[in-house]
Design a binder for this molecule. Structure first.
Ligand code: HSE
Length: 461
């Protein structure tokens, strides 16, 4: 069980005085760190819609620097007087009010953004890995300097999930947030589902079409989704959840047979980020965040999210069920989210005050994955003889795990047995599977998949 020290005093902003308004007509000076796919779009859209943006902000804005690692590569695309390769100096310059980070990576942008915040600049970042790993430190620096830290683009680009959790649902009790927050893996799983093809073939197609990176590890092993899960869980449960708290499994072991078995059961397989609040048998409240391939009923709205689209499904006490859907990546959608944050942060520079910061007052314990309630779908080949079903079901009964459905089919002189459990502790389910693997009655455990289940959430129990 990991708990985090209560950092609420550093992250509520309660003690912070309001940010002072700029003098009327004095432009908000903006530094942009990075001029890749997103940085270029941010600059282009800011130029194209400057007049409208300034009306929405209530005052003028001015881009005063664009930091890149290699100036030669960007000459001509950025006005010469703005181009610099000295980002550290730029973020601390007196004429800069707002720093926009679209570089990626962790250590270097962390140093830059801490320097910017410590120098009293507001920060807008699209960097999920940085926020998921160092939110405490960044939020504390923003509080200490009475400035803003915005990161809408860090989760699912322009789909407004960060603002929804921070502001729109701030008055509600959120029970769970489940999402398809990685487009590459959704593309691969959807293509496997619709064509019956193998993981390797569909990964290759995703690479050929430019969805997957040359090194697809962060996407296919779930790391990208785990960063987003940490951010969503922190905001939803007012509790710091870091990247390292998120249990993470990717999709590289999913086979065409898994997909076919899912279809047979009226399900599909999605890589879900699942953030939940739950009570253990002791009645104590915990939160958890996890990313793994998940069987989900084809009737659930998340199951119909195809291609590289993202969607986030929220269950809240008063609001009920909500789903947010759209493009979760790409230059334009990410730039849209960054620009929304720029408008928010610049408004606060013009008019004074700060946006609501992160608030980790609830400080709930983050449950170890073994304690989390899950459900299993187990597909195996067993010996076809009297008493096998009774023997195997004792593994579950001994641990107090109830089976929901048992299906048996004849299979070349053996039997195929598909068991679906009710909700139980993850560690108990996993140890049942270990017992099944060593039983002489079991020829092979073909696949073990967790089921998306509303049984898990408090809202349903
Ligand atoms: N690589 C991510 C995806 C987008 O495939 O969704 C950036 O987080």
């Amino acid at each position: 069980m990991s708990t985090h020290e209560n950092t609420a005093s550093a992250s509520t902003g309660a003690a912070a005085a309001a940010q002072k308004a700029k003098a009327p007509g004095d432009p908000v000076g903006i530094a942009i760190l990075g001029h890749g796919t997103v940085g270029r779009e941010v600059l282009r859209l800011m130029e194209q819609h400057r007049d409208a943006l300034e009306h929405r902000i209530g005052g003028p804005i001015e881009v005063r620097g664009v930091a890149v690692s290699d100036k030669e590569k960007h000459r001509g695309a950025v006005p010469e007087e703005l181009l610099t390769d000295d980002a550290m100096t730029l973020v601390q310059r007196e004429d800069i009010d707002l720093v926009v980070e679209v570089i990626g990576g962790i250590d270097y942008p962390r140093r830059l953004l801490l320097a910017a915040l410590n120098a009293g600049k507001s920060v807008v970042t699209a960097n999920k890995a940085l926020v998921a790993a160092h939110a405490d430190e960044l939020a504390a620096a923003a509080d200490a300097a009475n400035v803003d830290l915005y990161f809408e683009a860090a989760v699912a680009a322009a789909i407004p999930v960060v603002g929804m959790l921070r502001r729109s649902l701030a008055g509600d009790q959120i029970e769970s947030v489940s999402g398809i927050v990685n487009g590459t893996t959704n593309f691969i799983l959807d293509a496997m589902d619709s064509t019956g093809a193998s993981y390797d073939d569909m990964l290759k197609e995703a690479m050929d079409l430019g969805y997957a990176e040359a090194d697809p590890t962060a996407d296919v092993e779930g790391h990208d989704a785990a960063s987003k899960a940490a951010i969503l869980a922190s905001l939803a449960f007012h509790t710091r959840v870091n990247y390292d708290d998120v249990h993470c499994e990717g999709i590289s072991s999913i086979t065409a047979e898994d997909i076919a078995a899912a279809k047979l059961a009226g399900q599909t397989i999605k890589l879900l980020a699942i953030c939940e609040r739950f009570r253990d048998e002791d009645g104590k409240e915990y939160v958890s965040a996890r990313v793994h391939p998940t069987l989900i009923s084809r009737e659930h709205p998340l199951a119909s999210v195809d291609k590289s689209y993202n969607a986030v499904f929220v269950e809240a006490e008063a609001a009920g069920r909500l789903m947010f859907y759209g493009n979760g990546a790409g230059g334009d959608p990410t730039a849209s989210a960054v620009l929304g944050d720029i408008v928010g942060a610049a408004r606060n520079k013009v008019h004074g005050g700060r946006a609501p910061g992160e608030n980790t007052y609830a400080n709930l314990p983050v449950a170890d994955f073994g304690r989390v309630p899950t459900r299993y779908h187990i597909d195996m080949e067993v010996v076809d003889r009297v008493g096998v079903l009774a023997e195997l079901s004792t593994f579950f009964a001994q641990r107090g795990i109830s089976l929901k459905t048992v299906r048996q089919e004849e299979l070349n002189g053996h039997a195929r047995l598909i068991l679906v459990t009710h909700t139980a502790r993850e560690e108990d389910l996993a140890s049942c599977v270990e017992d099944l693997k060593t039983s002489e009655s079991v020829r092979a455990v073909k696949s073990v998949l967790r089921l998306y289940s509303e049984e898990n959430s408090q809202a349903e129990s």
